[in-house]
Design a protein around this ligand. Structure first.
Ligand code: SF4
Ligand code: SF4
Length: 380
């Protein structure tokens, strides 16, 4: 049986967080089981966007600091790294979400995957065959996923496995979105990336998670838990249930389990600490719908189905920062003379909506979309 621990933590006060993280690790065997003296330990955090920690889009700095301190106490050398969703903005994002400061306070080392170089890694994946992965992810002795507990507009849920999307720096993320625009294909791509890595541990920040339009535009919601496991897939199975999903509905969990990359069914997981039912808080799901349609339907019906949800830029709210332009895998966005999205090019990946720091990208659901949402029992 794979072990996943759930430990309650009421707030982000440093001592509370550190005690909760330590307790969650002790329940699965203790940090010294995973970290040996002298090991370089890369904490792969989630810094998708430059929002303050209170927006709950990024791993909270208090959890990062606590984990880095515990790694040092175990004799390891903590590194903390990621690349943000928007190319060229990782340094700023690390500052804005408070992780740079937390790393300093813990005496750890910050690594910006945009400037560390990459290794070319072959994978025999369903979608991806070759990946450029940030060097520290491969070079470290122990790789730790440190996700935030969040909903996601395309994949419903994002956690320990999908957190590794950030190991692909530069414009690679947008290129993958171009190849994998649907829930199913993106989930396969996420598992392809995961298959190239050897994470030893996962510690999730679920003290305050994000519901609704995650992974960046949702609403903070208190789950008040830290979730840990040596198996990222098992952690995702448990954490998604804590958020009120059925774990089998999360495709990355299901695909990773089917490929033998982890344990993705609750029957084979020993949940330690709190019971799932005692800490479950039903997160609001994303309202947006194109990804819920089968791929053949998305591409057929003369674009009819494609248009159930669409994106557009509100010119009054746009500050022409260019983040969406750099992140659009379909080159569908122009800012001159006015912000504009070419709907014929748009593949409905929602990256622009996810990454706009000003909330200027709006999602529209058509009349047909609203009917389908009701049928699928999602809010409209
Ligand atoms: S829509 Fe948002 S991300 Fe795009 S240029 Fe405007 S402010 Fe920047
Ligand atoms: S316009 Fe937005 S939703 Fe459409 S492809 Fe570009 S980033 Fe994705």
């Amino acid at each position: 049986m794979e072990k996943v621990s759930i430990v309650k933590c009421e707030n982000y006060e440093h001592d509370n967080v550190k005690n909760a993280v330590k307790k969650s690790l002790d329940l699965i065997g203790g940090l010294k089981k995973f970290v040996k003296p002298g090991n370089t330990v890369l904490l792969k955090v989630n810094v998708i966007i430059g929002f303050p920690a209170e927006r709950a889009a990024t791993t909270h700095p208090a959890v990062v600091r606590a984990m880095a301190e515990l790694v040092k106490e175990a004799g390891g050398i903590p590194l903390v790294g990621d690349s943000s969703g928007a190319y060229g903005f990782t340094g700023k994002s690390l500052e804005m979400c408070g992780i740079s400061q937390a790393v300093k306070e813990a005496g750890a080392k910050l690594v910006n995957f945009e400037s560390t170089g990459t290794y070319s890694v072959n994978v025999n994946g369903k979608i991806l065959k070759n990946l450029n992965i940030a060097k520290p992810v491969i070079d470290c002795d122990v790789l730790v996923s440190m996700p935030k507990m969040k909903t996601h507009q395309l994949t419903k849920y994002t956690g320990a496995v999908k957190n590794f999307y950030g190991v692909i720096p530069g414009t690679g993320k947008a290129a993958i979105h171009r190849m994998a625009p649907s829930e199913e294909s993106l989930s396969h791509a996420v598992v392809d990336i995961y298959s190239a890595l050897k994470p030893g541990l996962a510690v999730m920040d679920g003290i305050v998670g994000m519901e609704g339009e995650g992974a960046t535009n949702g609403t903070p919601i208190g789950s008040k838990v830290i979730v840990s496991s040596a198996d990222c897939v098992a952690l995702d199975a448990v954490a998604s249930e804590v958020m009120g999903f059925f774990h089998g509905d999360i495709l990355s969990t299901r695909f990773a389990h089917e490929q033998g990359l982890g344990v993705g069914v609750l029957d084979e997981i020993d949940v330690l600490g709190e019971n799932i039912r005692d800490v479950r808080v039903d997160y609001k799901k994303s309202r947006y719908i194109s990804y819920k349609l089968p791929e053949f339907l998305r591409k057929s019906m003369f674009g009819f189905a494609e248009n159930v949800s669409s994106v557009e830029i509100c010119a009054d709210e746009c500050r022409t920062c260019g983040i969406c332009v750099k992140s659009c895998p379909a080159d569908a966005i122009t800012l001159e003379p006015d912000p504009f999205i070419d709907q014929k090019k748009c593949i409905k990946c929602y990256c622009c909506h996810e990454l706009c720091p000003n909330g200027a990208v709006k999602l529209n659901t058509s009349f047909l979309g609203k009917i389908l949402l009701k049928k699928l029992k999602y809010e409209s």
